[in-house]
Design a protein around this ligand. Sequence first.
Ligand code: GAL
Length: 386
Amino acid sequence: MFKKRIVEKLLPVVSLMVALLLTVFNAEGQTTGPADANFYPGAIWPDNNGVHINAHGGGILFQNGAYYWFGEHKIEGKKGNSAQVGIHCYSSKDLYHWKDEGIALKVSDDPKSDIARGSIIERPKVVYNSRTKQYVMWFHLELLGKGYGSALAGIATSSSVTGPYQYLKSFRANSGKMPFYPAGTPENDKANCSDTVTNANKFFCRDVSSGQMIRDMTVFVDDDGKAYHVFSSEENYTLQIAELNDEYTGYTGKFVRVYIGHQTEAQALFKRDGKYYMLGSGCTGWAPNAARWFTANSIWGPWTFHGNPCQGPGSELTFKGQSTYVLPVEGKKDAFIFMADLWKPENAIDGRYLWLPITFKGDEIRINWLDKWNLNLFDQQPHNSP
Ligand code: GAL
């Protein structure tokens, strides 16, 4: 009787402990991330060691059945806004639980190196090149001590997805080259750098010989294996989309200018039913602004601007976030995750991640805030916004 009462009293406590242990340890005995299989936008997101994921301005590569998340490793304080460590990599099979795979690209201890500690290395994106069997990491690079004045892209390669990546080179884009104009481009939109240069073309023309500036950026690989570098150029006023060579380590020289003079940053591209979608932000540094989206039937455009895809309270500031990537979920139709950073420039390491589902109304996209959600949302047909 006495024993039974003790057991009855202890039972809830024991079950609670077992439940807690089960949520904290997975089958391999590793500690897991969130206590359950859900996304909690804006919350601390623990990795397999219980440490908040440190992969800001990131992108994700799906390879050999796993997702690999690459992002800027930040440290505490304002100093964390520059590269003190390198590019961090995590892996996951389910997108909720992430294993720390370490630093994929390390900053250099040599202050003369392009990727010296204290330089700025932002928005890394890794793509796999099946011809060369190399993983190619592209990033926005600013040389040590030069603020944001260098405006370069850097690349590093590895034969293993998690690295280590070897730094190769840095450059501006397409020096000596003029843009490609798809059929139907109005004469007025064509840059003329030999006669009187209009205001809209002044930075473009200034940089033709030295190469175009590169700041916020992403890399997009199309279904046919062709890859494109998409970046803020011309003092951040204009987007450029530039075709990459077969090795993904440089340009072919073919590029277009998009949404001239409108300062689009934080580009993220995806393709659905043959249509290209691009998300981006305005240009207000670490402070949030309204997101924007575009569509095109060809990567070369014309790109149509559609305004802000976010809806509801907080939508005018992208729920305090700024886009970094759109992740197609493997094995699910029309399942795309909008990935954004909630920057914390005063204490960079505390930056958070806003992952939200993209919903479609025909060809239109919507992004709504959710405190908590999971991938089952994509199985509800249609997963349209109101
Ligand atoms: C943002 C940009 C970030 C970072 C920041 C620096 O606009 O998206 O990647 O460069 O400015 O102020």
